[in-house]
Each structure stands twice: as structure tokens, then as C-alpha cells.
Design a protein around this ligand. Structure first.
Ligand code: PLP
Length: 370
């Protein structure tokens, strides 16, 4: 860890003092300010390059009339829309300021010092942070071919395990778990252990054996499924996501949820986005085409990548990715290093618009040839 000169470090809770914060993708404005360049592109945060749909845009304009009012703290209309979408009861829905907020609620509700959470090597970086932020211990199962190894995860679960985190598909690897294997894992899980199935990229996955874990809520009271409006729905700026669970699990998480954690424009836009199946279909089709373009380009460059079912791909550059990333930044292309995940030679690329992807491939070719 880098040296830290924070004068209050010794007064912080020990688990906070030891915490390494999440590193978000660099905003375009910050890069341009730093390098004195313009017209850079960001392929670093798995956003939808098409943005949100027209219906969400209109809902946002409509919400402008009510900015002086607090939002509906219970999220009545949004929770009803989500419940209908999934065929569950509204009492099973917990809304969050992004699904990241829901992951935090899970940790605050079910973890504390003396308890452990379990997740895979290369799993989404928020799981260790959420765990450590509440003073719990993280146990990490070795990955198999960069994906979650369910047997290895199961072997780490004991009497003190409060939560097991599963990203399906996982970020930054794009790997996924099939229905039967995941269902068997849930069936074997002890009742005291909550299982989070994080489905942030659910809509992008086009695999016959890929499960919708929200269908299993009635079978597993310890299951929490999370979804987000930040990815395929193109509402990353608004911060809105949700968890689906047993009503008693939701009731506990609601105790610690900030009453107005999801703002009013976010609630309005999320409802509109849920009803906009065309925008989702268009975005998924775009991603499929452009993923093919990007991987064809990587192949031409003689590179290997981890096969991904999401809207991003992690490519093995066969050399330290940090230097390549820096060179790409100077060319105005922002990707994501994943050295913090223990993948120092990989670069994660979000699938962008066609011309953005072409520009990325051109820049990468030049940087690698230099
Ligand atoms: C992006 C992402 C999320 C959450 O994003 P929010 O913007 O907080 O909804 C959750 N899990 C994974 C695996 C992600 O990649």
C-alpha cells in the first residue's frame, strides 16, 4: 500500500485505517485537464455507450418540476414497478443509490467484526471494501480460469460466514455461472449465510444456461439478487439499483438504509427505463455487434482476452498493462487497469460506440508497436 500521511489515520477505526479505497475510472474532464487534450473517449466504467433511452430522458425532464421536494423515501412507485417486473412482492425490494449502496446495506446488516464474507479471486472490488468497512474479515477463494470456483467458495464457508458474494457475470473478468451449478451451490449453503448474486450485467448475457436468480427467491430465503440501472439502462449518473430478497431480509436492510437514498429524478427515470424494453434490446444488440468488432481487432493484434458475456472485455497484453494504459491515456483513450485485482497484464475495455472501438483498436495497435 502507498504511504499515507493522513494526520487522523491513528484515530480512525482500525479497519477503516487499513482500507484501500475503490479506484473509479478517470472522468474524461479530469484526463483532459491533466494532459491538456480534448476529444478523449472513456471506455473505463462499463457504461452504456448509447446512454439512456428516450423514455428515461423525458422522465428526467418531468422530474425537474419537483426538485424542491424530498423524494418518496419508501420508493413506492419504483418498488411497485420492480416488483411487477420480477413477479415478486414490493416488500421484497430494497432500493439503493446504485446497487453498490445495496451491497453496502448487505454488509452493514449481516457482517460485523468477528464475521467473515467469502468471495472469489478477481471478484468485483466492492465486495472486499464493503466487508472491511464494517470490520468483517474477507476470505478469498482461488479462481478457476478467471471465473468463480463454486467448490472453492463452498469450502471457505463456515459458522462465522455472514455473506458470500457472487457476481454473475463477474466484473472485471466477464465470466459467468450456469443455472444448475449455481442452484446446487445455493441449495447446499447453510441457512445462516446470505448469498448475494450480483446481476449488474444480466441483460447482456445471451447464454441458454445463464440463470435469472430472481426466480429462485421463493426457494432460498437467504438469497439476495442485485440489479442496477447504471449499465444497460444507461443511468449511471443518477445512481439507482436494487436488491430482491425475502421480505424479512429486506426489512432488516431497510433499517439501515438512508431514508432518501434514491433521489426523485432517479426514481422517475428508473421506472421509465424498466418499461423501455426497446432501448434495452437496442443496447444489447449494439453490444453484441461491437463486442465482435473489438475481439476481432484484438485477435488481429495477436492478443488473448477472457471471453466475456458483459459489455466489457479484459485483454491480456502480455506485458505490464500500466505502461500501455498510460500511453493510451496520452492518445485520449481511457481504459481500466486491473492491477488492483491481481491482473497486472490485463486491461479492461468497455465496449463503446463503433468509432470509439475503432479508435481504441488503432491506438492500441500503435502503442503496442512502439
Ligand atoms: C457496475 C457494477 C455494480 C454496480 O453499479 P452501481 O452503479 O452501483 O449500480 C455492481 N456490481 C458489479 C459487478 C458491477 O460491475
Amino acid at each position: 500500500m502507498t504511504e499515507n500521511h493522513n494526520i487522523f489515520l491513528q484515530h480512525a477505526a482500525p479497519h477503516i485505517a487499513a482500507l484501500t479505497p475503490y479506484v473509479p475510472g478517470k472522468p474524461v474532464s479530469e484526463l483532459e485537464r491533466e494532459l491538456g487534450i480534448s476529444e478523449s473517449i472513456k471506455l473505463a466504467s462499463n457504461e452504456n455507450p448509447l446512454g439512456c433511452g428516450e423514455r428515461a430522458r423525458q422522465a428526467y425532464s418531468g422530474a425537474a418540476a419537483e426538485l424542491g421536494r424530498y423524494p418518496d423515501g419508501g420508493g413506492f412507485a419504483l418498488r411497485a414497478a420492480i416488483a411487477e417486473h420480477h413477479g415478486v412482492d414490493a416488500l421484497q425490494v430494497t432500493i439503493g443509490n446504485g446497487s453498490n449502496d445495496v451491497l453496502d446495506l448487505v454488509a452493514r446488516t449481516f457482517l460485523h467484526p468477528g464475521k467473515a464474507s467469502v468471495f472469489s479471486q478477481y471478484a468485483f472490488a466492492v465486495y472486499p471494501i464493503a466487508t472491511q468497512a464494517v470490520g468483517a474479515t474477507a476470505r478469498i477463494a482461488p479462481a478457476k480460469d478467471y471465473g468463480h470456483d463454486l467448490e472453492a467458495l463452498a469450502s471457505l464457508i463456515g459458522a462465522d460466514t455472514g455473506v458470500v458474494w457472487i457476481a454473475n457475470p463477474n466484473n472485471p473478468t466477464g465470466t459467468w455461472l450456469a443455472a444448475q451449478a449455481l442452484r446446487d451451490f445455493l441449495a447446499a449453503l447453510p441457512a445462516h449465510c446470505i448469498c448475494v448474486v450480483d446481476e449488474a450485467y444480466f441483460e447482456y448475457v445471451d447464454e441458454p444456461d445463464y440463470p435469472d436468480a430472481s426466480r429462485w427467491l421463493a426457494d432460498f430465503p437467504n438469497l439476495i439478487v442485485t440489479r442496477t440501472f447504471a449499465k444497460v439502462h444507461g443511468l449511471a449518473a443518477l445512481r439507482v439499483g436494487y436488491g430482491l430478497s425475502h421480505p424479512d431480509v429486506a426489512e432488516l436492510m431497510n433499517r439501515v438504509r438512508h431514508p432518501f437514498n434514491v433521489n426523485a429524478p432517479a426514481q422517475a427515470c428508473a421506472i421509465a427505463a424498466l418499461g423501455d424494453r426497446e432501448h434495452v434490446a437496442r443496447s444489447v444488440a449494439h453490444n453484441r455487434e461491437e463486442m465482435a468488432r473489438v475481439t476481432r481487432g484484438l485477435e488481429r493484434l495477436g492478443l488473448r482476452w477472457i471471453p466475456s458475456v458483459g459489455n466489457f472485455v479484459s485483454v491480456d497484453l502480455g506485458r505490464p498493462a500500466a505502461a500501455v494504459d498510460q500511453a493510451l491515456l496520452r492518445a485520449g483513450v481511457i481504459c481500466r487497469q486491473v492491477g488492483n485485482y491481481g491482473m497486472p497484464s490485463h486491461l479492461r475495455i468497455t465496449i463503446g460506440l463503433a468509432d470509439e472501438n475503432e479508435r481504441l483498436l488503432d491506438a492500441l495497435a500503435q502503442v503496442l508497436a512502439a
